[in-house]
Design a protein around this ligand. Structure first.
Ligand code: KIV
Ligand code: ZN
Length: 496
């Protein structure tokens, strides 16, 4: 099965997303590493920057075929040629609603334009994939007439776009069969997610004989997006035993990379790549998963480059909490465990999310072991920031029983505050920030900010911590403190 990725074209058409040419080149390299067969690198005619990016991608020597989008217009095809592309994806709408209101052309004019463009692209030596935009809402007889005509004009591949996600899996299957039987050309499906059916429709198309699906990382794309590559590939592999060239263990990493680059957060409950896809809190589920992961995990998280994680909280049970503590080498007795579970449930009942540091501190209290306590305790911090001022932070904290004060300047208030904390933690444990991420959870100037900080100590222990709050600097400082405490505890407790 062939995977055609359009993250850099349809994905970039996600409202609010634009990426620089350099970022496009980086994403293309990641897609190639993932094992994509064909990458739609962009729409050459739209801008000089786009053309520069596509041209650069085309000369990277990637294994994937590199393609560019073009309307059935000679200027668009010329733009693709100027990018040194060997492969063009050309399209024109074939539905009555598009022809009448958008193109203002009749059927004969559309047919003639499609043929002319395909002939022109073939004359210039391009591989041509032809899309009949809004195919699923097009008159079937006219659609087949267009597809057969472009085949005669030399098209190598045909694509059936479900442009507004209006088709059902049955309809897609039927259409794929009819187009394949009638034209005998390799057929692709390009499904949008307006009704949440993009992946189901793409699978249905493949099962009906389509040779290829157009997909995007994280399901990015116009409006509700396109079929998500991760869901599509894993469903076909695991539920339909289809083969493909994707290195599934790179799926999560690639998804994160694209999310960070394009600035679009993946919803936590998204299949395969969402944060919660392999997280368990409820006692019944954690117990099951710890006895045999297949009880509540349809696939192993490692298959898609992920790790299972357990969450403390009011639904958590003794098995899950014991497993979480074991990660730190802590082994409470059954009685102690019972009290720990109760205590953390009482805190969770008050609406507080239980962090690992909270759980360890409760365990320390119950087991009478101060080693489980947080090593770093923040007293307070002050920030000086504004226009024509160098952002400066002063942080006061207690580290391992000793009081410290440190000041630092930075490119902004967060940078200054985290540098001041690192100045102290650096002396104690040589801790470095590996990753810092800031996401906005809700809109408006009072939006909740969610900060994720990943730190590494000198022994290569990596942990991450997350904090949400209205104040970006406070959330960043708290996440940093949590991450340092976690990594220090891991070190202390494991070396006992
Ligand atoms: O959704 C669509 O119809 C498209 C075309 C350009 C193929 O993206
Ligand atoms: Zn599309």
């Amino acid at each position: 099965m062939r995977i055609f990725d359009t993250t850099l074209r349809d994905g970039e058409q996600t409202p609010g997303v634009t990426v620089t040419p350099e970022q496009k080149i980086q994403v293309a390299a990641k897609l190639d590493e993932l094992g994509i067969d064909a990458i739609e690198a962009g729409f050459p005619i739209v801008s000089q920057g786009e053309m520069h990016a596509i041209k650069s991608i085309a000369k990277q020597g990637l294994k994937a075929e590199i393609c560019g989008l073009a309307r059935t217009i000679e200027a668009d095809i010329d733009a693709a040629l100027r990018c040194d592309l060997k492969y063009v994806h050309t399209f024109i709408a074939t539905s009555d609603i598009h022809m009448q209101y958008k193109l203002k052309m009749n059927r004969d004019q559309v047919l003639a334009k499609a043929i002319k463009a395909v002939e022109y692209a073939k004359k210039h030596g391009l591989q041509v994939e032809f899309s009949a935009e809004d195919a699923t809402r097009s008159d079937r007889a006219f659609l087949l007439k267009v597809f057969n005509a472009v085949k005669e004009a030399g098209a190598d591949r045909l694509d059936i776009p479900d442009t507004v996600g209006y088709a059902t899996p049955h309809y897609v299957a039927d259409l794929v069969r009819e187009v394949s039987d009638s034209t005998r050309l390799p057929v692709s499906v390009h499904c949008h997610d307006d009704f949440g059916l993009a992946v189901a429709n793409s699978i249905s198309g493949i099962n009906a004989g389509a040779a290829c699906a157009h997909v995007t990382i994280n399901g990015l794309g116009e409006r509700a997006g396109n079929a998500s590559l991760e869901e599509f590939v894993m469903a076909l592999q695991c539920l339909y035993q289809k083969t493909h060239g994707i290195k599934t263990e790179l799926l999560y990493e690639t998804s994160k990379f694209v999310s960070n680059t394009m600035g679009i957060i993946v919803q936590p409950n998204k299949a395969i790549i969402g944060e919660n896809a392999f997280g368990h809190e409820s006692g019944i589920h954690t117990h099951g998963v710890l006895s045999n992961p297949l009880t509540y995990e349809p696939i192993s998280p490692e298959l898609v480059g992920r790790k299972r994680w357990l969450q403390a909280g009011k639904h958590a049970g003794a098995h899950g909490i014991r497993a979480m503590l074991e990660e730190f080498g802590i082994k409470p007795t059954d009685d102690q465990l019972k009290i720990i579970v109760e205590k953390q449930k009482n805190i969770a009942d008050k609406g507080k999310a239980i962090t690992t540091a909270d759980l360890l501190s409760i365990s320390g209290e119950v087991m009478g072991n101060s080693q489980f306590e947080e090593k770093f305790k923040l007293y307070d911090f002050h920030i000086l920031t504004g226009m024509n001022l160098i952002p400066t932070a002063v942080v006061r904290l207690n580290a391992d029983g000793k009081d410290f004060i440190a000041s630092e300047i930075g490119v902004g208030p967060v940078d200054a505050a985290l540098k001041a904390i690192q100045k102290i933690s650096g002396e104690m444990a040589n801790i470095k920030i590996r990753e810092y991420r800031l996401d906005s959870i809700s809109g408006g100037s009072d939006a909740l900010a969610e900060v994720t900080v990943k730190v590494e100590d000198k022994n290569g222990n990596v942990v991450s911590a997350r904090k949400a709050g209205e104040d970006v600097v406070v959330a960043s400082v708290q996440a940093m403190m949590d991450a340092i405490n976690k990594v220090l505890l891991r070190k202390v407790l494991y070396s006992r």
